[in-house]
Design a protein around this ligand. Structure first.
Ligand SMILES: Cc1cc2nc3c(=O)[nH]c(=O)nc-3n(C[C@H](O)[C@H](O)[C@H](O)COP(=O)(O)OP(=O)(O)OC[C@H]3O[C@@H](n4cnc5c(N)ncnc54)[C@H](O)[C@@H]3O)c2cc1C
Ligand SMILES: *[C@@H]1O[C@H](CO)[C@@H](O)[C@H](O)[C@H]1NC(C)=O
Ligand SMILES: *[C@@H]1O[C@H](CO)[C@@H](O)[C@H](O)[C@H]1NC(C)=O
Ligand SMILES: *[C@@H]1O[C@H](CO)[C@@H](O)[C@H](O)[C@H]1NC(C)=O
Ligand SMILES: *[C@@H]1O[C@H](CO)[C@@H](O)[C@H](O)[C@H]1NC(C)=O
Ligand SMILES: *[C@@H]1O[C@H](CO)[C@@H](O)[C@H](O)[C@H]1NC(C)=O
Ligand SMILES: *[C@@H]1O[C@H](CO)[C@@H](O)[C@H](O)[C@H]1NC(C)=O
Ligand SMILES: *[C@@H]1O[C@H](CO)[C@@H](O)[C@H](O)[C@H]1NC(C)=O
Ligand SMILES: *[C@@H]1O[C@H](CO)[C@@H](O)[C@H](O)[C@H]1NC(C)=O
Ligand SMILES: *[C@@H]1O[C@H](CO)[C@@H](O)[C@H](O)[C@H]1NC(C)=O
Ligand SMILES: *[C@@H]1O[C@H](CO)[C@@H](O)[C@H](O)[C@H]1NC(C)=O
Length: 582
């Protein structure tokens, strides 16, 4: 009965395409090629969802837009007011089963700033989430999504700039509540020493504090709320300690996963090494669902730090000395990056240069101060006033807290349009002036901010060989991971049209200026846009074909999907948001 009904639908679908008849049917083969959406007749029934819920011990949650509390029929004055205050920050979204940060994918379908009578639609929020507590929950979700032909997504914190934890009409595996952290002595063929097992929901703020109590430190991101086990490490993962120990993906020893076909496996350099290779840098949410991860940790100890700021006014006489000083900094990075452990985050706008967060394990503040002396001399020579503060702390967590106000969650604005580019060391050797010209042009009118994250994560630092994992090879030659950012402030009236125009300008006008001075480099996939035209080369480089092979082996039906993930080209997003096989 059902089969023949579907066959008829399929025929009508083709008829619709050929004669353009204005029927209610969809102009593509819903029955075979596309996922069902809630409006379809084939969408699972209430009792089928209830069965799923039973199979996961009542852990199924119906997704709702958070800003529902700001609509007239469901209005809650205090909650709505709080949500408005926090909407552009991390904490409301990472604690929600289905919300995420990317304002492009949030698409204002239920904005807390809209009128109380405005629509409040699900948009790209998953329809349901399983509050995952075990491998069995994950396997149940995978089985349900497959057999009912609906989209599956995986959400940890929702940080992903590409929106890869979103999904219209999806069943989401919500990994946030598995948050055990345990330290132990690891004994394996490639490593003997202290290690930590972190479950899927562990975030940097928590991990760093736990490590500090244990007398150890580990590689993690700058943002305290980024999850260390999801898209971060699977995309590569940089952070304050990366130039000392390598990227996050260089430090993993094992992943505990559930595969697309529901198997619960341990994956390492010796067990399923191809999957291990891909999970270390090959892109978030694309090869398996990770339940926990084992990572190396290192003895803690003194960490030096610094900030340094100088300003430019609009006076024409100040323009050239300011920009010459930016160039001088970039050249000085050649020296600093040659010393193990040196790391600096700095920001350039059209009125200031600011090293916000310099990290140098093993250094005292006097040593940090003297390493910056040649750069200060350049500023003095140009009569530039600056403010410098140097520090040292007895351990990494104290250092991190000093430079990250507002812990545990920090104060990061997470609604932004962001483009990126890895700047190779050779650019600083040969064309530091060209890089400055690009930054000057990008930041000129005051809308864009440039962030330089300077580090040396060469293979020598990471202690591994080329091809050891799926981290984009361009990272190994990079001196700076650059990102250029425009914050998007709906609370101040920024519109979606502005967002769309900025994203287009980002890709068409701004990022190309950085590309011009960094030929044959690449871009960190976790700090770019989902729709960068050159995504394959820029985000994966020479790893692409191998990753696609591994993807086809472990996920032959391509049920793990995300743009710009490897294999996403096997799917097409239709005008109504439905995913169809391409
Ligand atoms: C404010 C801010 C600061 C940042 N700072 C840094 C930084 O310092 N260093 C850095 O390297 N990056 C940084 N990032 C980028 C960050 O690495 C990415 O956003 C990353 O995708 C976040 O991973 P997540 O798991 O926390 O987020 P999510 O959005 O939940 O997930 C991201 C991707 O990973 C997948 N995924 C999540 N959990 C799992 C799992 N358990 N198993 C399999 N797949 C999973 C999802 O499906 C999705 O594809 C920052 C981002 C923001 C917004
Ligand atoms: C649609 O699906 C049917 C049934 O699986 C199949 O026979 C048909 O070839 C498909 N049509 C198109 C246009 O892909
Ligand atoms: C799943 O079951 C639990 C416990 O019975 C219930 O509280 C919850 O609302 C159910 N979820 C859905 C989506 O119906
Ligand atoms: C955003 O919403 C508009 C209007 O409903 C829709 O046309 C568009 O496709 C949506 N964009 C995304 C990325 O979902
Ligand atoms: C998810 O599960 C955890 C326990 O694993 C529980 O503490 C939490 O309240 C649940 N969250 C929701 C929204 O149901
Ligand atoms: C994975 O390894 C851990 C530690 O050795 C072990 O306790 C666990 O049972 C293994 N899990 C699977 C699924 O094999
Ligand atoms: C990294 O540092 C080493 C010296 O420790 C240096 O030879 C190499 O050029 C540096 N690489 C980058 C990309 O900065
Ligand atoms: C930094 O070094 C300069 C000399 O280059 C010295 O004058 C200054 O006092 C030092 N500052 C600190 C905080 O050590
Ligand atoms: C730099 O500081 C000195 C002394 O504080 C001050 O006189 C001078 O005006 C400042 N110069 C600029 C460009 O701000
Ligand atoms: C730069 O400007 C900021 C704010 O305008 C100010 O707080 C800071 O003191 C200035 N720094 C210097 C070195 O002049
Ligand atoms: C910097 O941008 C602001 C707008 O935010 C603008 O008013 C100012 O003139 C710009 N300054 C320079 C030196 O271009």
């Amino acid at each position: 009965m059902i089969v023949s009904h579907r066959a008829i639908l399929a025929v009508w679908g083709l008829f619709w395409v050929s004669v353009g008849h204005s029927a209610v049917l969809k102009p593509y083969n819903v029955t075979k090629d596309c996922y069902y959406l809630p409006q379809d007749q084939e969408w699972p029934s209430v009792s089928e969802w209830a069965q799923l819920n039973k199979s996961v011990d009542g852990r199924l949650i119906a997704g709702r837009p958070m800003a529902e509390v700001c609509r007239r029929s469901t209005f809650q004055s205090e909650s709505c007011a709080d949500l408005k205050k926090e909407w552009i920050l991390a904490n409301p979204h990472f604690q929600d089963p289905v919300s995420f940060y990317s304002p492009y994918w949030l698409n204002n379908t239920c904005s807390p700033f809209a009128d109380a009578d405005a629509p409040c639609d699900m948009g790209n929020l998953p329809s349901y989430a399983i509050n995952v507590s075990s491998a069995a929950d994950v396997a149940a979700g995978l089985r349900f999504a497959r057999t009912k032909n609906i989209r599956l997504t995986i959400k940890n914190t929702g940080h992903d700039f590409n929106g890869r934890s979103s999904g219209q009409g999806a069943l989401s595996l919500w990994m946030h509540n598995l948050n055990d952290i345990s330290f132990f002595d690891y004994i394996g063929p490639t490593y003997l020493g202290r290690a930590v097992r972190m479950h899927s929901g562990v975030q940097a703020w928590d991990a760093y504090a736990a490590a500090g109590r244990e007398g150890v430190r580990m590689v993690g991101g700058f943002c305290p709320t980024v999850g260390l086990v999801g898209g971060y490490v699977q995309g590569g993962g940089h952070g304050p300690l990366a130039p000392m120990y390598g990227m996050a993906a260089d430090n993993t020893l094992e992943f505990e996963v559930v595969t697309a076909d529901g198997r619960h496996l341990n994956v390492s350099a010796t067990q399923h090494p191809d999957l291990f290779w891909a999970l270390n840098g090959g892109g978030g949410g694309n090869y398996a669902v990770v339940l926990s991860q084992v990572t190396k940790v290192f003895p803690d100890g003194i960490v030096g730090g610094a900030t340094l700021t100088f300003n430019k006014s609009d006076t024409p006489a100040e323009q050239e000395p300011f920009w010459d000083s930016v160039t001088a900094w970039q050249k000085h990075l050649l020296t600093l990056n040659s010393e193990p452990g040196f790391q600096a985050v700095y920001t350039v706008t059209n009125f200031s240069f600011q090293i916000n967060f310099l990290t140098w394990p093993g250094k005292t503040k006097e040593q940090v101060n003297s390493s910056l002396a040649p750069f200060r001399a350049e500023l003095d020579r140009r009569n530039i006033n600056f403010t410098q503060v140097v520090s040292d702390d007895s351990g990494y967590h104290k250092h991190f807290a000093r430079y990250t106000p507002g812990l545990p969650f920090g104060k990061y604005v997470v609604f932004m349009i962001l483009g990126g580019r890895l700047i190779p060391r050779r650019t600083l050797e040969n064309d530091a002036e060209g890089l400055t010209t690009a930054i000057r042009s990008i930041t000129e009118d005051g809308r864009y901010t440039y962030n330089g994250i300077s580090m040396n994560v060469s293979h020598a630092r990471a202690g591994n060989e080329p091809g050891a994992n799926a981290v984009l090879p361009a990272w190994r030659d990079a001196a700076i991971s650059s990102n250029i950012v425009v914050e998007w402030h709906p609370e101040k009236g920024d519109t979606l049209d502005m967002l769309l125009a900025t994203q287009k300008e980002m890709n068409d006008v701004m990022v190309p200026q950085l590309e011009m001075v960094s030929p044959n480099s690449g871009t960190y996939m976790n700090e770019g846009t989902f729709d960068l035209a050159t995504w394959k080369d820029d985000y994966y480089g020479t790893n692409y074909d191998k990753l696609l092979e591994i993807k086809k082996k472990w996920d032959p039906d391509m049920i793990f999907y995300g743009k710009p993930n490897v294999g996403n080209e096997y799917w097409k997003r239709m005008a109504d948001g439905r995913l169809c096989r391409a």
